[in-house]
Design a protein around this ligand. Sequence first.
Ligand SMILES: Nc1ncnc2c1ncn2[C@@H]1O[C@H](COP(=O)(O)OP(=O)(O)O)[C@@H](O)[C@H]1O
Ligand SMILES: O=C(O)C[C@@H](O)[C@H](O)C(=O)COP(=O)(O)O
Length: 325
Amino acid sequence: MRYDFNTDREFDIIAIGRACIDLNAVEYNRPMEETMTFTKYVGGSPANIAIGCSKLGLKAGFIGKISDDQHGRFIEQYMRNVGVDTSHMVVDQEGHKTGLAFTEIKSPEDCSILMYRENVADLYLKPSEVDEEYIKRSKILLVSGTALSKSPSREAVLKAISLAKKHDVKVIFELDYRPYTWISTDETSVYYSLVAEKADVVIGTRDEYDIMEGTKDGKNEETVRYLFQHSPDLIIIKHGVEGSYAYAKSGETFQANAYRTKVLKTFGAGDAYASAFLYALITGKDIETALKYGSASAAIVVSRHSSSDAMPKAEEIEQLIAERS
Ligand SMILES: Nc1ncnc2c1ncn2[C@@H]1O[C@H](COP(=O)(O)OP(=O)(O)O)[C@@H](O)[C@H]1O
Ligand SMILES: O=C(O)C[C@@H](O)[C@H](O)C(=O)COP(=O)(O)O
């Protein structure tokens, strides 16, 4: 089964949300307190997804706000150099800063992220900075859940979603739950449900759907039954190394296993998965194959040091799938 997009659009995907910096521990297998050196990469889930899509050959654009300093300029330059259209990245004029994510690699299975996100520029994107003419040029609007956590970014994203729906741009909602940005899980649940009900495709981990539904140990079948009463016609639920599922409104279900690999760290998996899954869908592959692309890309990225810079080329993904099939 394939998923249809508007074919007459210049951009394959425009992502909206944060473009930040990851500082990844150079010394592995030790706690942050003992880590002395970090390597700098562009980060932020929607930026990583746009970068991943661009490296796979899609035409990707980005809507977001960056700081007016060296970090903001580094992010814009890196994204432009990998082919992402940065013409709608707005430079903050109010002194807000770039978000930082320090990653801790205690062991391949025990990784965490320490985020510094006080007064971050990305959450100050205003509705007036979202351009209808830009959004209507794309097949997809990729929305990151974290961008809903505060005003005015929240309203900017809601405006972008309305414009996407007006112009038949598919809304892909990546739940991307980062607890530190929200006041409470009740607040998250309100905004996640609101946007998931409007989206065409929802992508998230089982835990993230539980946050959306305000539940614990939720069941995929119940999540799907709820969301199919609304706009979504395709729902992706990831279960980490246990693999992932796609549920289509037509009633079909697809499953993919994770690919075993030599894991360096666990973060970056979700963003790699989303970019390769969307690449496969946009290039006309069936949903089952798209799940494999997502899983293979995630396996490649967890074996490498970064999330953004590590995003693979299509040939690398295809080679891994061929080797394991
Ligand atoms: N340790 C791992 N080794 C190989 N693949 C993995 C590993 N962890 C996750 N993946 C792959 O990445 C996908 C997304 O991972 P998951 O942990 O569910 O998302 P997120 O990174 O968003 O929390 C999984 O469906 C799986 O295919
Ligand atoms: O999203 C962020 O702000 C941090 C990311 O850049 C970081 O690389 C990361 O956590 C990615 O993890 P994922 O969500 O598991 O793909």
